[in-house]
Design a protein around this ligand. Structure first.
Ligand code: SF4
Length: 323
């Protein structure tokens, strides 16, 4: 992939932007696995306070949620936009204008592209437009981890912070739940490149209150999949050592629209929250490995909240994460 905007947009004509390599002509209105043409669709732009503290800070993170997804996990926590197609067409200029409004109204701490891989050329154009408006906020790519190495390389001059998931160490599980047997290998190779570019997140390395640069990995513990989580942590430890910044999340909830659907079928174990013993086994494993730069979302913190909307968005609302 050549880091030239026009050439990047030509990728839509025979799309191989992500590892699915569908080869469809999105510029002619065709859609591949992600479900999107080359017409940018966005489900939400707003200030979000539910990210980790150095990302959300006190003013919020300027999240841009892209419609569609190139991974589409069965248990997707944002199923309304990844599966159900929620969203509206936007131009890059309109997105940049909305971000400018958030800068003026909220003084947001960063621009946070959520699951943007299938619209990567558009994200680069949006960053260019923001720079033209003299908006120099950190640009954050919040990704599924299922990326082509070339795509991550193309972002080097446009990204400041990477917040990738590392969902699976087990290729069989990755195949069953996300139809992506190559996920562990892809995610690790992408992560190595991200760390090469930006290092570890500076809220840890330089004790900054608000992150401005670097990488933090997110891992969502799934019900009945403790061994996968332990293997993910071991993989990260072996590759990057004990200082790798990790956000260990326990907020999994079964997406209501997918429960009992045919897609869930044999994966009934996904039809519940994680248990406290499951969480504790994973957390203790992290401590035994000596992982020291962690944000940990304890299950009791999450479940004691009466209002879970910091974690469970409703994209039908104007403000999906309204507190
Ligand atoms: S971005 Fe979409 S169309 Fe392109 S390769 Fe990936 S899933 Fe297929």
């Amino acid at each position: 992939m050549i880091n030239n905007l026009q050439l990047l947009f030509e990728n839509y004509q025979r799309c191989t932007l992500c590892p699915r390599k569908c080869g469809v002509n999105r510029s002619n209105g065709q859609t591949g696995y992600c479900g999107e043409t080359d017409q940018l669709r966005i489900s939400s732009v707003g200030a979000h306070f539910g990210e980790e503290p150095p990302i959300s800070g006190s003013n919020g993170s300027g999240t841009v949620f892209f419609s569609g997804c190139s991974l589409k996990c069965y248990y997707c926590q944002n199923y309304q936009i990844s599966f159900a197609g929620l969203g509206s067409h936007f131009s890059c200029e309109q997105v940049a204008d909305k971000i400018k409004e958030l800068v003026d109204s909220n003084n947001i701490h960063n621009v946070n592209f959520v699951t943007p891989d299938h619209f990567l050329p558009h994200t680069i154009r949006i960053v260019e437009l923001l720079r033209e408006k003299n908006i120099s906020l950190p640009i954050l790519y919040n990704t599924s981890g299922y990326q082509k190495l070339a795509a991550v390389k193309a972002l080097e001059n446009y990204a400041d912070i990477y917040l990738p998931d590392f969902k699976y160490a087990d290729p069989i599980l990755a195949k069953e739940l996300s139809k992506a047997e190559d996920y562990p290998e892809r995610a690790l190779n992408s992560l190595i490149e991200m760390v090469r570019q930006k290092g570890f997140m500076d809220s840890f390395t330089e004790k900054k209150t608000i992150a401005t640069k670097g990488v933090m990995v997110r891992h969502l513990i799934l019900p009945d999949q403790v061994q996968n989580s332990k293997d993910v942590l071991m993989t990260l430890f072996l590759e990057f050592g004990k200082n790798i910044p990790i956000s260990l999340m326990s907020q999994y909830y079964p997406p209501e629209d997918l429960i009992d659907s045919a897609a869930f079928g044999e994966y009934k174990f996904l039809n519940r929250n994680i248990t406290l013993p499951e969480f504790e086994e994973v957390y203790e494993h992290a401590l035994k490995l000596g992982l020291r730069n962690m944000f940990v979302q304890f299950p009791q913190d999450f479940r004691s909240k009466k209002d879970k909307t910091d974690f469970v968005p409703d994209f039908i609302k104007d403000k999906p994460f309204q507190r």
